[in-house]
Write a protein that binds this ligand. Structure first.
Ligand code: DX5
Ligand code: ZN
Length: 218
C-alpha cells in the first residue's frame, strides 16, 4: 500500500498558504502536517489553533497537528474545535500522557504520541494500546531543514514489531529530514506516514516532490 505523504506547512510560504496547500493536495498528499511551537518546549514559535481554524475550510486534507508545547492539555479543546483531525502530543511535554491522550479522544479527534530522538520506545509502551498514530521524530524538533538521524530507524522497527506482536494497529509517522534519499529507509522499517517540509516546499515544484515521495513508498 502506498504511504501517506504529509507535507509540513512550516516550510510553506505563509503569504500564499492556500495555494501551497492546494498544490500538494492535487499531487496526492493525504495529510497536511501543521506544526505548533510554543517557544518553550522548542525554541521556535509557529502557528496555533487560529491557523488550523482558517485552514479547515480551505482543504479536504486530513489535518495532522503536531503539538510542540508544554502543558499540551491547555490546547486540546481549542485545536479540536478548530478542526484538527489528529493531535500529536510529546511524551516529554507532560507528566500525564494518558490524561492528555484521553482528552484528545474525548474531543472526537485521533490521538498520537510523539517521541524525541533522545527518548526510547520503552517510554511510550504504556500508551501504545490507546493511540491511533505514533510519531518518531527523526530530528530534534524545532526547525525545518535539519538532517535525518539514521539511528531512529531502529526505533521504527521496534514499534513495527511491537504492533505486530500485540495485535495493535497504530500508524507510524516519521518527521524530520525526510526526502527522496531517506524516505525508503523509514518505509522499509515500517513507517507509513511521512512528513516532509523543506524537501517539498523549499525549492521548486512542491507537487512534483509529493509525487516523487509517493512513488518511493509504493
Ligand atoms: C520540526 C517539525 C517538522 C518540520 C520538518 O520540528 O516537526 O514537521 O517541518 O521539516 P523538514 O522536513 O524540513 O525536516
Ligand atoms: Zn512536525
Amino acid at each position: 500500500m502506498a504511504g501517506i505523504i504529509a507535507p509540513s506547512i512550516l516550510s510553506a510560504d505563509v503569504t500564499k498558504l492556500g495555494e501551497d496547500v492546494a498544490l500538494v493536495e492535487k499531487a496526492g498528499a493525504k495529510y497536511l502536517h501543521v506544526d505548533l511551537m510554543d517557544g518553550s518546549f522548542v525554541p521556535s514559535m509557529a502557528y496555533g489553533p487560529a491557523w488550523v481554524k482558517q485552514l479547515r475550510p480551505q482543504t479536504d486534507l486530513f489535518l495532522d497537528v503536531h503539538l510542540m508545547a508544554v502543558h499540551p492539555e491547555n490546547h486540546v479543546e481549542a485545536l479540536a474545535e478548530a478542526g484538527a483531525d489528529l493531535i500529536g502530543v510529546h511524551v516529554e511535554a507532560t507528566p500525564h500522557i494518558h490524561r492528555v491522550l484521553q482528552m484528545i479522544k474525548a474531543a472526537g479527534v485521533k490521538a498520537e504520541v510523539v517521541i524525541n530522538p533522545g527518548t526510547p520506545v520503552s517510554a511510550i509502551i504504556p500508551v501504545l494500546g490507546m493511540v491511533d498514530q505514533v510519531l518518531v521524530m527523526t530530528v530534534n524538533p524545532g526547525f525545518g531543514g535539519q538532517a535525518f538521524l539514521p539511528e531512529m530507524v531502529e526505533k521504527i522497527k521496534e514499534l513495527s514489531t511491537y504492533k505486530q506482536d500485540n495485535g495493535l494497529d497504530y500508524d507510524i509517522e516519521v518527521d524530520g529530514g525526510i526526502n527522496d534519499k531517506t524516505i525508503a529507509l523509514t518505509a522499509a522499517a515500517g513507517a507509513n506516514v511521512f512528513v516532509a517540509g523543506s524537501y517539498v516546499y523549499d525549492k521548486k515544484d512542491p507537487a512534483a516532490k509529493v509525487a516523487k515521495l509517493l512513488d518511493l513508498t509504493k
